[in-house]
Ligand binder design. Structure first.
Ligand code: C2E
Ligand code: MG
Ligand code: MG
Ligand code: MG
Length: 287
């Protein structure tokens, strides 16, 4: 009967929900130790300019290499870090690591994700300046990525922090634009240096003329407001060509490269350099 079916249904769903809560609880307890034991690392995803080949920047993405559970996504552990109050320490560790690593690359911009809690913390701007002073990374090579959730509350605090950071020459990007409740009024009230278009727009672009129209309009809006426009989640040549044709400045996605550990990124960059040198040499040779 219906009651039994309802119960069966409940008992079918209950264990997985419970497991999920248990896992959440476990991860949340283990995160502090994980930070101390160096289980956290950073991978870097190259961003290219329109040609799809010349790397102009990288985005730093956190990873938790759990000894028993394997690689855990930041989408999972960053919210736990927020809840447990570890986010400021963790965020600072990521920023310092990324800035140190960035000193080893010539002229690349390094983009670091910053959570709303971290961005609004009273010492944040000073912490960023300290990290730049410590590592020697020029401020113009650092870009901080925030999502619109940072704009939802304490507008005055957020604006003040943005202005101080931008006054130092640091760039601020609005991440995942178009996902969630993005409001055009944010673009007017806050002056971002870069606009990262959410990958959901791109995934529909090949099949849908509506998606194409929306994407074109977002790119021209970003350009009209003087922003560097970044396309996220570029997974094939068609998407890359569409973005390039419509004036997008930076391309990021698996088609350019997966996020890479530092060593692999350095190899990737060296290979690209070698290719460029060979191409230039070929041009220089008489036919
Ligand atoms: P995000 O900042 O929007 O980063 C882009 C995400 O898309 C990354 O997921 C990246 O691996 C993934 N991605 C890149 N190219 C493609 C593609 O072509 N196709 C598809 N389907 N996905 C692609 P990841 O590394 O799992 O990070 C998830 C989110 O976690 C990030 O989204 C960011 O919001 C957050 N996050 C990552 N690292 C940090 C961090 O250090 N601090 C904070 N606060 N948040 C972080
Ligand atoms: Mg990001
Ligand atoms: Mg994003
Ligand atoms: Mg995202």
């Amino acid at each position: 009967d219906a009651k039994a079916a309802g119960r069966a249904c409940w008992s079918f769903f209950a264990p997985s929900m419970q497991e999920d809560l248990l896992l959440r609880d476990r991860l949340s307890r283990e995160l502090r130790q994980a930070i101390l034991e160096n289980q956290l690392s950073i991978v870097y995803q190259p961003q290219s300019c329109r040609d799809g080949a010349t790397v102009v920047g990288v985005e730093a993405l956190a990873r938790w290499d759990h000894p028993e559970l394997g690689s855990i996504s930041p989408a999972r552990f960053i919210p736990l870090a927020e809840e447990t109050g570890l986010i400021n320490a963790l965020g600072l560790w990521i920023l310092r690591r990324a800035c140190k690593d960035a000193c080893g690359w010539e002229n690349l911009i390094v983009s670091v994700n910053v959570s709303p809690t971290q961005f609004k913390a009273p010492g944040f701007v000073c912490d960023v300046m300290k990290v730049l002073a410590e590592t020697g990374l020029p401020p113009a090579r650092l870009e901080l990525e925030v999502t619109e959730s940072v704009l939802l509350s304490n507008e005055a605090t957020t604006l003040a922090a943005m202005h101080r950071l931008q006054g130092e020459g640091i760039k601020i990007a609005l991440d995942d634009f178009g996902a969630g409740y993005s409001s055009l009024s944010y673009l007017r009230r806050f002056s971002f240096n870069s606009l990262k278009i959410d990958r959901d727009f791109l995934s529909a672009v090949t099949d849908s003329t509506e998606a194409q129209a929306v994407l074109k309009t977002i790119i021209s809006l970003g350009k009209a407001l003087g922003m560097d426009v970044v396309g996220e989640g570029v997974e094939d040549a068609d998407q890359l060509a569409f973005l390039a044709r419509n004036g997008c400045d930076r391309m990021q996605g698996y088609f350019i490269s997966q996020p890479l550990p530092l060593d692999a990124l350095n190899e990737f960059l060296a290979d690209r350099d070698m290719e460029r040198v060979c191409r230039q040499a070929a041009h220089a040779l008489p036919a």
